[in-house]
Design a binder for this molecule. Structure first.
Ligand SMILES: Cc1cc2nc3c(=O)[nH]c(=O)nc-3n(C[C@H](O)[C@H](O)[C@H](O)COP(=O)(O)OP(=O)(O)OC[C@H]3O[C@@H](n4cnc5c(N)ncnc54)[C@H](O)[C@@H]3O)c2cc1C
Ligand code: SF4
Length: 472
């Protein structure tokens, strides 16, 4: 039977509707469409898609189960390798991982199989229909502390709890989930999905202690000496925002994307009467070109801004955000000001009235046009300023989304914990072991800002090594 060269379309809210609400954009395959997409898979002997997946999910096997209509069996295949399928099915960059290796795409030059969409379908089907409760294993007497409740920490905790380890997760914020709840907006990843994963871990016996900042409320040493944990996994992420270091960055109306997104996602700033209100701006510029920049721009639009632009110093080709997110942002009316770089943020000043409340607020951003030169160390063509090309953007809010690094707090309060020059904790890649005995680390705290699936994989690696160490 001839293979359909096109992936089945993902149903989605219409752009003009979704640009004004925070509900999920992509609506997921139905039970009619998923088996049809599964039929496109050739069940290749060489399984190139599996090697494209950072946690090596048995992709053709779970797709075969979908073809047979046994969605619960498909779920079991996926969860042998991945603990967060409903999350990964939504936010993983499949187009540069499993789907990039798919034979349909590489050899037949067709659309790859919609592996991510099928993964999401299976996970959602399980969440909707399964009533199975995970069995709580008998405690094995060993205690492990996990710092940070993001994907790396939650995965490490889950893998250990399944083997009877008593695990406590210490989280600085008032809720678990890490970037999945404070960064990625509801319209891409509903919070209820993350909550379900956290509830699943609690059912396994994992304790989640929120509002505990390790390095301030208590130290890594105290976790060993005062609380009797035998191993510690650090999955504290990379939450420290970078800034442009240009004049005007301290004006009112300039946010780091982290702050902007946290206010909206976690503190529900968009809701009437919320405790953490956010100003509704009219003309917003988001500086940067990654997923974080797309999320911030699309949130600003949903808050009611009339004009939202992405200001990025390279061209569309180099834009690091996922293609799907860029397309969604364009459909929603986000303007892409490419090959532009900000040099100064301008503040309002009323010369006649020093008490004017608008004084010190953003009223413009001076930019310079760029062109692309020779490739730099990253392999991308270096952006070069075009002399004399300055121009002014009329904006009342600037959101900086140019990257984040690991927060130095844990390093500075944990003697003997070695970090690299970017602040990432140095680990043995095979085990996640740090320079301190019995201390492991993984995810963005090690690599700097990366992806959910890589963080999850690092949590798994460390859990394996901790079991080996404590099981001896
Ligand atoms: C806006 C945004 C959009 C993104 N979009 C995508 C995407 O589409 N696809 C994708 O794959 N990746 C995406 N990423 C990246 C991805 O979310 C991260 O790589 C991933 O969450 C890293 O997981 P982690 O567990 O290492 O850290 P995090 O998710 O950052 O979790 C770390 C947790 O540790 C807590 N913590 C920090 N310090 C302490 C402390 N001292 N004591 C206690 N707790 C502490 C933090 O509060 C946080 O909850 C995005 C990131 C952002 C910011
Ligand atoms: S490479 Fe593509 S077609 Fe081949 S088994 Fe994997 S998903 Fe199926």
């Amino acid at each position: 039977m001839a293979v359909n060269p096109k992936k089945n379309e993902m149903p989605a809210q219409a752009p003009e509707v979704r640009a004004h609400n925070f509900s999920e954009v992509a609506l997921g395959y139905t039970a009619e469409v998923a088996p049809d997409e599964a039929k496109r898979c050739l069940n290749c002997k060489a399984r190139p898609c599996v090697s494209g997946c950072p946690v090596n999910i048995d992709i053709p096997d779970f797709i075969s189960e979908i073809r047979k209509g046994d969605y619960e069996a498909a779920y079991r295949v996926i969860t042998r390798s991945s603990s967060l399928p409903a999350v990964c099915g939504r936010v993983c960059p499949q187009e540069s991982q499993c789907e990039a290796q798919c034979t349909l795409h590489v050899k037949a030059k067709m659309d790859p199989v919609g592996i991510g969409r099928l993964e999401r379908f299976v996970a959602d089907w399980h969440n909707e229909h399964s009533t199975e409760q995970p069995e709580r294993p008998a405690p094995n007497g060993h205690r492990v502390a996990v710092v940070g409740a993001g994907p790396s920490g939650l995965t490490c905790a889950g893998d250990l709890a399944k083997k009877g380890y008593q695990v406590s997760v210490f989280e600085a914020l008032h809720t678990a989930g890490g970037v999945l709840v404070y960064g990625i907006p509801e319209f891409r990843l509903p919070k209820s999905i993350v909550q379900k994963e956290v509830d699943g871990l609690k059912a396994l016996g994992v304790k989640v202690e929120t509002n505990v900042v390790v390095g301030r409320t208590l130290s890594v040493d105290e976790l060993f000496d005062d609380y009797g944990f035998e191993a510690v996994f650090i999955g504290s992420g990379a939450g420290l925002p970078a800034f442009l270091r240009i004049p005007g960055e301290n004006l009112s109306g300039v946010y780091s994307a982290n702050e902007f997104l946290t206010r909206i996602n976690l503190m529900k700033a968009y809701k009437e009467g919320s405790d953490t209100p956010i100003k509704h701006n009219v003309k917003v510029a988001v500086v940067g070109g990654g997923n974080v920049a797309m999320d911030a721009a699309r949130c600003a639009k949903r808050l009611g801004a009339e004009e939202v632009s992405i200001v990025y110093r390279r061209s569309l080709e180099e834009l690091p955000a996922r293609r799907e997110e860029v397309e969604h942002a364009m459909e929603e009316g986000i303007d892409f000001k490419l090959l532009n770089n900000p040099v100064e943020i301008i503040g309002y000043k009323n010369p006649d009235d020093p008490r004017d409340p608008k004084n010190g607020t953003v009223c413009g951003m001076k930019c310079v046009r760029m062109e692309l030169g020779e490739p730099d160390a990253s392999g991308r063509r270096r952006p070069v300023e075009i002399p004399g090309s300055e121009f002014m953007l009329d904006v009342d809010c600037v959101i900086i989304a140019i990257g984040t690094t690991p927060n130095p707090l844990i390093k500075s309060t944990t003697a003997g914990l070695e970090v690299n020059r970017k602040g990432g904790i140095i680990v043995n890649e095979e085990t996640g072991k740090t320079s301190r005995d019995h201390v492991y680390a993984g995810g963005d705290a090690v690599t700097g800002a990366a992806t959910v699936i890589l963080a999850m994989g690092a949590g798994k690696t460390a859990a394996r090594a901790i079991k080996e160490e404590l099981g001896k």
